[in-house]
Design a protein around this ligand. Structure first.
Ligand code: HEM
Length: 184
């Protein structure tokens, strides 16, 4: 297929950009899922096991660096699809604005992970492994909602979030149980 061939509303170039966007975003989220798992393991390190702590910190630093490299290109390709090719641009596309809100939440979560890692490095680790297990659930919800928004492209956001109420409630419950268990 040549670069300008059209498939439905898509040219071949658009489809390649979308492919790379999906691959980069999926790899970024793999990091958002795995970095808090390393925090869980760091919280479980026995006092005095300095070698183990340093090995986990090295893994966490490398993973965060990898995520920092991926996030820019992943989002720029999304912006190209939106602002240059015009998918989801203009009135009548509330799903795109909702998607952008969840992208901001994912960026905030990424930033928070970086802060937590710096805190742990300087020895300011105060949270339990259970807290990190709860924290670890949030990117699942962010990814589920973001992907559902772009695949379904709901015209009615109210109805969409009504369908999402169950997974959201389940996630809040899991986080709540984890944080309560920490307090005991
Ligand atoms: C600046 C942020 C982003 C912008 C502007 C953006 C924009 C877009 C646009 C315009 C499309 C094409 C939709 C279509 O072809 O119908 C797309 C596809 C897609 N995006 Fe993003 N995106 C962003 C971030 C993300 C993130 C963080 C995720 C995942 C959590 C994501 C997941 C996807 C997926 C799975 C598709 C393919 C949907 C399909 O083909 O049905 N995007 N994005």
């Amino acid at each position: 297929m040549n670069a300008h061939a059209v498939m439905g509303h898509y040219t071949c170039n658009m489809l390649w950009i979308k492919t790379l966007h999906i691959v980069l975003v999926a790899s970024w989220f793999a990091g958002l899922f795995y970095l808090p798992r390393i925090f869980v393991n760091l919280a479980l390190v026995e006092p005095g096991s300095e070698a183990e702590r340093q090995r986990l910190l090295l893994m966490a630093r490398k993973l965060l660096r990898f995520m920092n490299i991926l996030v820019g290109p992943a989002l720029v390709l999304g912006l190209v699809l939106w602002l240059y090719y015009g998918i989801g641009l203009g009135p009548g596309n509330p799903w795109m604005h909702a998607k952008l809100l969840f992208v901001v939440l994912a960026l905030g979560y990424h930033h928070w992970c970086g802060r937590i890692l710096r805190q742990i490095e300087i020895g300011g680790q105060t949270r339990s492994h259970l807290w990190y297990r709860g924290f670890n659930e949030w990117p699942v919800l962010i990814m589920l909602i973001t992907v559902a928004l772009v695949v379904i492209k709901p015209a009615d956001l109210g109805e969409f979030f009504l369908h999402m109420a169950l997974p959201i409630a389940a996630l809040i419950a899991v986080t709540w149980v984890a944080i309560r268990a920490q307090r005991r």
